[in-house]
Design a protein around this ligand. Sequence first.
Ligand SMILES: [Zn+2]
Length: 438
Amino acid sequence: MFDSMTSATGPADVLTAAFALALVANLLVKFWLASRQIRHVAQHRNSVPEAFARTITLDAHQKAADYTIAKTRFGLLELALGAVVLLGWTLLGGLDLLNHLLLQWLGGGMWQQLALVAAFVAIGGLIELPVTLYQTFVIEQRFGFNKMSWQLWLGDLVKSVALGTIIGLPILAVILWLMGAAGRLWWLWAWCTWMGFNLLLLMVYPTLIAPLFNKFKPLEDETLKTRVTQLMQRCGFASKGLFVMDGSKRSAHANAYFTGFGAAKRVVFYDTLLARLSPAQVDAVLAHELGHFKYKHILQRILTLFGVSLLGFALLGWLSGQAWFYFGLGVRPNLAGVTGVAAPNDALALLLFLMIVPTFSFFVSPLSALMSRKHEFQADAYACAQTSGVDLSAALLKLYEDNASTLTPDPVFVKFYYSHPPASERLARMQAGLSVAT
Ligand SMILES: [Zn+2]
């Protein structure tokens, strides 16, 4: 089962040290970034940037600053909690303990492995519960964004747990079975299965899953419908319908998106978006989304996901066969010589891998954020060409204001975390485009 049982201690120590170091570096960088952001936003709280002086009130600007600071501060607390939980599961022996309790109770086998993952997810969810509650019912509430009642929140929770169990457990069982039974190249088969499962989920999400949480009604406003249909024809875009979603049921944040595949694509507008924007502005926002399709950003994202997960599965395929991978992260693998129980280690490997990967991958996140911001500029340019830059600017400003997004983020924070360029940069680009055009 293992390539190198005897020489486990040396590499295990190296892994422990590398993991601890990466975790500390993670915390330091993230704390530094958050404190930069808080300081920068607070410093610019008392005056609206000149470019927005005529369009954004001081009140709205200060609300955005306070919201950003409140969220970032709370993020620091979450960060600390996350690090403690991660250490608790790994080096402090939490996962090892859970594994052994379940081994004693269920013996080694598929049920024990499924129970291990389920218990891990349930315990993690319980620890995170107060965090989510505070975010929704304190922070979002204080700034007037939360529209959820306790009943709705509980209903969502029950539905999500039920869905996770019905959909998640079978696919987990298949992957664990492949890990144990498909030989050396199991990771290739598991990857194919996982990708097929993801595609299937993307296909059934709009018609089977999303309606469990929201109501979707066909867009009724005839003027808007005609406009939007014309725009889509102009851009050569086929779709299976325009829908309005009752986003206002949960939150005042506004959005629009596409779901589905090929000709089954649907356009979904949040009711909150339609309530705030004029038909011409809705058109401009939609044209931006169409831009993402025209430039094949969605396809690129899906292909990147495929490539990265293939790498991930290959790496897991190798690591799961190394005893030091378990010892180095605070877990004794299920081996007759180690714990007296010879049982599959696949669930352990999977959990350890998923837990530690974000600690290392954080350091490449500026790259993917950069790519994403580039795509946003391209989609903006497309929207300006297909509709009007004036409408898109006005729509974006309203959305930034309604979502209380700060107009003065810290530039370094932006480089690490922002998938969308700050409003100032987007509007400046659009204005430059407009002045060239006129
Ligand atoms: Zn976009």
